[in-house]
Every structure is written in structure tokens, then in C-alpha cells.
Write a protein that binds this ligand. Sequence first.
Ligand SMILES: [Zn+2]
Length: 353
Amino acid sequence: MFDKSTWIRLPRNVVVGHGVVDQVVDVVDDVHLQGRPLFVTSPTPKEVAADPIAADFEAAGIDPAVVTVETATFDAVERVIGTAEAEEASYLVGIGGGKAIDIAKMASHHLEMGFLSVPTAASHDGIVSNRGSVPDGDTRHSVAAEPPLAVVADTEILADAPWELTTAGCADIISNYTAVMDWRLARRLKDVEHSEYAAALSEMTAEILVDNADLIRPGLEESAWIVTKALMSSGVAMSIAGSSRPASGAEHLFSHQLDRLAPNAALHGHQVGVGSIMTAYLHGGERGFWRDIRSALESIDAPTTAAELGIDEETLLEALTTCHEIRDRYTILGDGMNERAAREVATKTGVID
Ligand SMILES: [Zn+2]
């Protein structure tokens, strides 16, 4: 008997390109959102994007409420929820880098309101996914959140974001390779639910990005175009899977553990990139394709060593030997690496000296 079913939640409109920030009002109209928006933004994105968007809404006779958040915390989520209620907002627009969008996404989930994503940095695939992540004490929670009804990504703004945010976005996509390897392994060994469509899309996204690595250069608007489309595509893969599996394997566990052990040492994408070099080695050994991952990261200026992440050897090894414990997700790390093995993979791949 056939009894499978799936419910795929995707953004209805994805608008990417030069100058599209002018089209937020039209996008809102197209998804039939009515009433007053609450803009969730942070200081710099407010100037470069939220203020001009607010002017467009005012010209259309709509007066948006605005809340500025500085850090991604549960307090900030609470504050956004409070503001939305006090200002009688009927939907949220997250305008900013990862933080503002994560917060808007989680608040809208709680409020049961529609949400639009207007990223100002192409730094990770959270700009389209339905998971939000906030640090809480010494842990980092990935929680259910609302997927955006629409994404408006202006490449002119994205190209102006600090370069390391773009290279972090690229590295997050390159790590799809190892995420998919882990997912396939988990299917073979643990019979975890798997979608070949999602896996293939996620891998192809990484491949297209690596093939275009030459075009990824600071200040080039085309770079922002390539990276943003790849982040969208990764997000779609996660939506199809109904899980972050296609874009998150052991390299993500490693990064989440680094977030606990060395908070704010490096960007999410950069951490998963380095993690991906090591987990690719574990999948393929000395002759495996970990070298390809490392050269792809090098070619886009992303870190490939602990030192470049600003993390000492001891912390790196601790993260690698303990990260399998943080969630029940089967990966190449299995039930954990011992320190000797961890030191060997980190040394052989040049991540530590
Ligand atoms: Zn990621």
C-alpha cells in the first residue's frame, strides 16, 4: 500500500537582481498581504535598505512600523513580538543580514503572520529556509520558523556587503557536498528518510558555484547574483526534503560546536567550510576529494585552516571530537572521533600544523 505524503513549503516569489529593492511594495501586493508591516532590521541595513523601502511604502499610503535589533537573542525575538502587537502590525519584513531575518522569521512563526525576507548580505542559506537559529546561553538552538512568503534580494546591495559575508555564503554552499554525503551514508546505515531530488539539487548547487568560482570577486555584482541564487537553490532543496539534511551534515555539527566553544570567533559559513574539508577527508581518505573542497574554498578567499578561523588547535580538536553529541543526526562522525584520529584528520588536511 502506498501511504507516503509530503508538504513542501516554498517562497511564492523570489525576486533577485539589480535594483529589485524598489519592488518590495509590488511583491507585498502580489502575495496579497494587507495592513501594516513591521520592518525588523539592524543599524546598517536600516540605512541602506529599510529606510528607502519605508519611503516606498509611505508613497503607497502605508506607514510601516520599524524595530531595530542588534543581536540574535530570544529577548530580541520577544521584543519584536511585543512591537508587532503594540503597533498592530499584520505581517513582518526582515531586512538585514542573518540576524534580522532569523529574528523576523521566528517572531512571525510565533505571531502566525506572513513574513518577507530582504537579505542585505548573502552570508548563509538561512535567508530562505524555514529554520531560525539563535544562541541561548552556551548553546545554539535551531528552531521552527516561518519560511518567507517572498524573498527580495537586491544584488547591488548584496555586492556592497562586507566581502567576508559573501565568502561565508559561498563556503556554506560548498559544504553541501559533504552534507549530502552524510545524508546518503545515514540512509544506507540508518535508513533515514532521504529525497534524491533534494540531494541532487543540493549537490548541483554546490557544483555550479564551484564551476563559477572565478566570477566570485569582491565588489562584483555578478558574484552576489551567483551566490544568492545558489543560496535560494539550497533553500529549495531543504524545503523539498522537509529538513536541513541536504545542506547540513557533520560540518554543521562541527560549526555549531565551535559556536559554543568559541562564540563569535568566525562566521558560520567559514566554520562549516573548514569542517567540510575534514569530513570530506573522512568520507574519502587521503585520495578523496577533500582537496577539491579545499581549493574551491581557497579560490574564493574563504578560510581553510584553524588559524584563519582564529581558533586554536585545542578548541578545534575539542569541537571535532564532541560535536556528534549535540544532536541526533547520523553522519560520518558516527559515535564520535577520538583525539588521535581527530588530530590526524586535521593535520593531514592542513587545517592544523
Ligand atoms: Zn549553513
